[in-house]
Ligand binder design. Structure first.
Ligand code: M6R
Length: 364
């Protein structure tokens, strides 16, 4: 039931503050101000390496997870597309935690990668939305997302719930390895607790996004830029746009622009820049300005501080609440989803059932 919404995707975008809060309930102990994981029969502190495998949007959660787990838990992390992982004879020696991420829990390549890891003696965990799925049954540690059924082919609420669980996993690994002071853990719990309200505030950008979507809908190509954890978010923004509006889009790490993609820039290629104020802001902005000097039409997604500093020559600025870096990916997911949505609506494409795509990809 779409309720009052025109499409399932729009409904699911708006459900995010609630389902992320629901999901976090299983991973936070607010009274003790601690993060938590479901009961498991292995010792997280013995993990020497994390290998994350997923497809599509779920793989971008893995990439964000790499930033989080490496910085918080100081553990090396590899992230792979499931379809590449199992055909390249990955080295699986040592104490590995293998993590699969999947909304459906049935994606053929991810399931095969999970079985490959298990057959090689890897301890596995799964961030999975459908609790009755094959992956949910087969992982050693199930870390459920509580997004509820996701109907739109473009993943939205499952994605942000996966990010929430990934943040909790990173913090739990950090604690198990003695890398998290009680103060740091308390800070993480507070940030994650605030994420749903911040996502709710982000939803207020809907009108501003709908207005700029008209311009974007006439573009042939669109580029997304981000740095740090916002780099995988740039990839996610580009995938969402391609998937439902059929406009060619690519996401790049901001610093990579001048190593090739900047050659694509002219006044016909809109550039969507994801840049929360913070330590990486100035660098991203200087990459953005290099593109502006070549005529790029920039949509800057940032907070009030970032917009005040760098918003002047942009065709639009989309204001996000000011948030801690840890939860920025959860918050910045909202405008990129809404942008893809409104561009698709402006183009009149089938938002919930884009051509050539299936909700669950059960062929390899
Ligand atoms: O069910 P899964 O999470 O395993 O699906 C993985 C991808 O097929 C999926 O995320 C796909 O990329 C989405 N349609 C993206 O919106």
């Amino acid at each position: 039931d779409k309720g009052n919404y025109r499409h399932f995707m729009l409904k699911e975008i708006h459900e995010q503050p609630v389902v992320v809060a629901q999901t976090l309930q299983s991973y936070l102990r607010p009274v003790e101000e601690q993060v938590a994981l479901p009961q498991m029969d292995f010792d997280l502190s013995t993990v020497e390496r994390v290998v994350i495998v997923a497809c599509g949007t779920a793989s971008y959660v893995g990439m964000v997870g790499k930033y989080w787990i490496e910085s918080l838990a100081r553990l090396p992390v590899e992230v792979d597309f499931a379809s590449e992982f199992r055909y390249r004879e990955p080295v699986l020696d040592g104490r590995i935690l293998g993590v699969v991420i999947s909304q459906s829990g049935e994606t053929a390549d991810t399931l095969a990668a999970l079985r490959h890891m298990k057959a090689n003696g890897v301890t596995t965990a799964g961030i999975i939305n459908v609790p009755t799925s094959s992956m949910a049954r087969e992982v050693d540690l199930l870390m459920p997302t509580h997004a509820g059924p996701e109907i739109g082919v473009a993943s939205t609420k499952a994605f942000t719930c996966q990010l929430a669980v990934m943040a909790a996993l990173a913090a739990n690994l950090a604690r198990a390895r003695g890398k998290l002071t009680p103060e740091a853990e308390r800070y993480i719990v507070h940030q994650l607790t605030e994420a749903p309200a911040a996502m709710n505030a982000a939803l207020a950008c809907d009108e501003a996004i709908a207005a700029v979507a008209k311009t974007i809908s006439t573009a042939r190509d669109v580029l997304y830029l981000g740095r740090g954890p916002e780099y995988p978010m740039a990839l996610e923004g580009a995938l969402k746009l391609k998937e439902i509006s059929y406009i060619h889009a690519e996401g790049y790490a901001s610093g990579e622009m001048k190593h090739g993609p900047i050659a694509l820039i002219d006044e016909n290629v809109p550039l969507i820049v994801l840049a929360p104020a913070g330590p990486l802001f100035d660098k991203t902005v200087s990459n953005m300005q290099e593109a502006q000097a070549r005529g790029a039409q920039v949509v800057l997604i940032s907070d009030a501080e970032g917009i005040a500093q760098a918003g002047d020559n942009c065709i639009a600025t989309i204001e996000m609440p000011k948030v801690a870096p840890l939860i920025a990916p959860l918050v910045y997911a909202v405008p990129i989803q809404l942008l893809a949505y409104h561009v698709a609506v402006a183009k009149g494409t089938d938002v919930d059932q884009p051509r050539n795509l299936a909700k669950s990809v059960t062929v390899e």
